[in-house]
Ligand binder design. Structure first.
Ligand code: 3UK
Length: 535
């Protein structure tokens, strides 16, 4: 394969062939050429074919056409190559809240043959460090407001020596430097199987896993779920809450609208009320957010009805049947549920409005195959709960990680979810098969929160797990054993919560804390989480 990567790190760290999942390219839309740069397909193509003046990306302060975005992405690619010494295959951290400039940077990196590592803006230095280390990141483009955390991480991690900040007006800011660079750039002629993005998941162990995705994977997700389920058009206006560092957000808010020449709206803050304002003010027609957000917006159904909104996509966590009903009754809109995963890049089981069923995620998306299997990997009969297994044009490739063999078995991706399929091929979510806490759409690894708590001098031992919550699906609950001389009180609980918020991303803090005298353990010393869960 004629790779364009002179820096071969990504290819060198792919899982061995035997550990990779099967890749299926059954649909005619999934026949990709050997050489493919997804930026050319998603961005340059529209300009080349005369759609440059169409609206592409908007934010509260910007409104860019495809031509505008194309020129900015080209300028950024030139800065990366000429000023920052980027060579194809280098990993570039992209750390920012969702903004049009973040999208321009994403395309600048991909045009130059770089590998985008986009991260959640809420991450703190402590969480950025393993990402810089695992992906061997050499370059960073970062929103100026997030400079302190990145600097904290970079000072502890050798290798990251090229950092540019944007959203500023000093001479060295990217916004200023790029203005004197050419608006033309010849995209690097990457191979379809060159890596163009590395997505991080918060692993169950708390050590993040890096998933590698190729240029062709980006095009594959645009060819599957959006065409068979969403069926949006070039006239649609996309909006939503997930960060672009989460592949749910990247697909829904950048790749899918741009694949069809539609426009998208990026909001830096997209809590329910900002999202509703955005939907109204920008005339959005398609929204992507998590079940929690729909539950809270349902209270303002009349305001939603007064907008142009017509399609609502829910993913990231299980959609309770009650939320589907609540939303339909409040707004008149049937939700589109879909399960995706960072490992799979995007959604692989879903149903459109007319095929939605209460309590079901949907049917397998054309291009993918899904089944429910037992512990040996054999399919179980309809109606039986087992592990969800899936394969298709995209799949799991962890960067140099032994956990590859847990996620991929016999060519199938095992998502870690317990599911049941009915006679009609509808898939019903049951639970996670491991201890991942999914709260308000965020994945939170219990051990990471435990680690954060344990750093507090008053904490002797602790155990963290997810407990059911009406609003958020689950919330993080901590069982804490205090050291001698400390006593459990509301003040102590508050102090521990504040402490965790300052140590790791604030959304991971334990919303519930229970003080206990000891934790249940097996004779070998292993924590018995299930006993706490039932307590
Ligand atoms: C859970 C769901 C039930 C499930 C994601 C859409 O969530 C995404 O990726 P993550 O890697 O988490 C994957 C896990 O989250 N999940 C996601 N959606 C649903 N459970 N119903 C759903 N609709 O446990 C899955 O294994 O953070 C979602 C697109 C791209 C994504 N990365």
């Amino acid at each position: 394969m004629p790779t364009a990567h002179t820096d071969t790190f990504a290819r060198d760290n792919l899982p061995p062939k035997a550990q990779q999942p099967d890749f299926l390219f059954t649909l005619p839309e999934l026949q990709f050429p050997q050489q493919l740069n997804c930026a050319t397909e998603l961005l340059d193509r529209h300009v080349r074919e005369g759609r440059g003046q169409r609206l592409c990306v908007r934010g509260p302060n910007d409104s860019w056409t495809y031509q505008d975005l194309w020129e900015r992405a080209n300028q950024i690619a030139n800065v990366l190559v000429q000023d920052m010494g980027l060579v194809p295959g280098n990993r570039v951290l992209l750390h920012s809240p969702n903004t049009p400039m973040m999208v321009a940077c994403w395309f600048g990196i991909v045009k130059a043959g770089g590998i985008v590592v986009a991260t959640m803006p809420l991450l703190r230095a402590k969480e950025l460090m393993p990402i810089l280390e695992i992906a061997k990141i050499s370059h960073a483009l970062c929103h100026a407001s997030l400079a302190p955390e990145l600097q904290g991480a970079a000072s502890e991690t050798p290798g990251l020596d090229q950092i540019r900040y944007f959203n500023g007006s000093d001479a060295e800011h990217l916004d200023v430097v790029m203005q004197s660079r050419s608006t033309k750039f010849e995209n690097v002629d990457t191979a379809a199987d060159d890596t163009c993005l590395i997505g991080f998941t918060s692993g169950t162990t708390g050590v993040p896993k890096a998933t590698m995705h190729f240029h062709r994977d980006v095009m594959a997700i645009c060819a599957c779920w959006p065409r068979s389920v969403l069926k949006a058009t070039a006239e649609d206006v996309f909006i939503g809450s997930p960060p672009l560092g989460f592949t749910f957000g990247l697909g829904g808010l950048v790749l899918f609208p741009m694949a069809i020449g539609a426009s998208t709206v990026l909001l830096e803050r997209a809590g329910p009320s900002q999202l509703l304002d955005g939907i109204r003010d920008f005339g959005a027609t398609v929204v992507f957010t998590a079940p929690t957000s729909y539950r809270s917006l349902a209270a303002r159904g009349d305001e939603v009805r007064a907008t142009r909104l017509r399609q609502c996509v829910s993913a990231g966590e299980a959609l309770p049947a009650s939320t589907r009903t609540l939303w339909r009754e409040a707004t008149g809109i049937e939700l589109i549920d879909g399960i995706g995963a960072t490992e799979m890049l995007h959604i692989f089981i879903s149903a459109d409005e007319s095929n939605a069923r209460a309590g079901a995620t949907g049917k397998v998306v054309p291009g993918y195959e899904a089944r429910v299997v037992d512990d040996k990997g054999d399919p179980v009969a309809p109606g039986t709960v087992g592990k969800l297994a899936v394969r298709g044009p995209t799949g799991c490739r962890y960067l140099n990680d032994a956990r590859q063999q847990t996620y991929v078995k016999n060519g199938w991706n095992i998502t870690g979810d317990a599911y049941r399929m009915d006679e009609d091929g509808y898939f019903f979510y049951q639970s996670r098969t491991d201890d991942m806490i999914v709260s308000a759409g965020y994945n939170i690894a219990a051990p990471e929160v435990e680690e954060g708590l344990m750093l507090h001098p008053a904490v002797a031992e602790c155990a963290v797990l997810g407990v059911p919550d009406e609003e958020r699906g689950q919330i993080v609950k901590a069982f804490v054993v205090l050291g001698a001389g400390h006593s459990g009180s509301a003040d102590m609980a508050k102090a521990l919560q504040d402490f965790v918020k300052n140590t790791i991303a604030p959304y991971k803090y334990p919303r519930a804390i229970e003080f206990v005298d000891r934790l249940p353990r097996t004779p070998t010393g292993k924590l018995q989480r299930f006993l706490l869960r039932n307590s």
